[in-house]
Write a protein that binds this ligand. Sequence first.
Ligand code: GTP
Ligand code: MG
Length: 214
Amino acid sequence: MEEEEGEEYLFKIVIIGDSAVGKSNLLSRYSRNEFNLHSKATIGVEFQTQSIDIHGKEVKAQIWDTAGQERFRAVTSAYYRGAVGALIVYDISRRTTFDSVHRWLDELNTHSDTTVAKMLIGNKCDLENIRDVSVEEGKSLAESEGLFFMETSALDATNVRMAFEIVIKEIYNNVSRKVLNSDSYKAELSLNRVSLVNDGTDGSKQIPNKYSCC
Ligand code: GTP
Ligand code: MG
């Protein structure tokens, strides 16, 4: 995460979850509005950068995608280093991918050294006819772990933009709060020449609902 002149933000967000849950397609849907029915398993690491406007500030999200398959993964610690947001993805039509969520959360917690805005994503909600994990189960896991929750479909684009943007806005709020509470900010305040941060309004109020489903 970087901050320049108080005007530009760059947030690193990681996408994690078992192989074939749809991580790469969520990213391509969000960054290029593309979906690939026959996408290949990711090897190594890829990332895309996406900009959004929050309170008139340009916020860039650098979104990292890696292999769900262990044998294709790059160095784990490097993948997580500096991440301030995470999407933990499972496939609502395959329970085993939901069962793995704890493992992914453990790995994330082990490697992260800062506050991470986390969202649990139940992807492929277009596959209602072969659903294997209920919405309630997703919600309740998210609640017990303190995560945001959404069901998405990279195929028909349901909730994809919303999911990424809630995470980005939450990161922005975390950073703003941190800056507002920091000694350097307070020192600047006392000198009455603050130009660094936003007005401190709580952007989470703009998020209509912590839980959203297909
Ligand atoms: P790894 O790179 O191996 O970790 O997999 P991944 O999580 O990146 O999965 P990927 O995005 O490659 O998608 C795997 C398969 O699921 C592909 O055939 C996609 O077309 C399909 N898929 C992804 N998202 C959806 C979705 O929302 N709905 C449906 N029906 N299929 C999806
Ligand atoms: Mg992939």
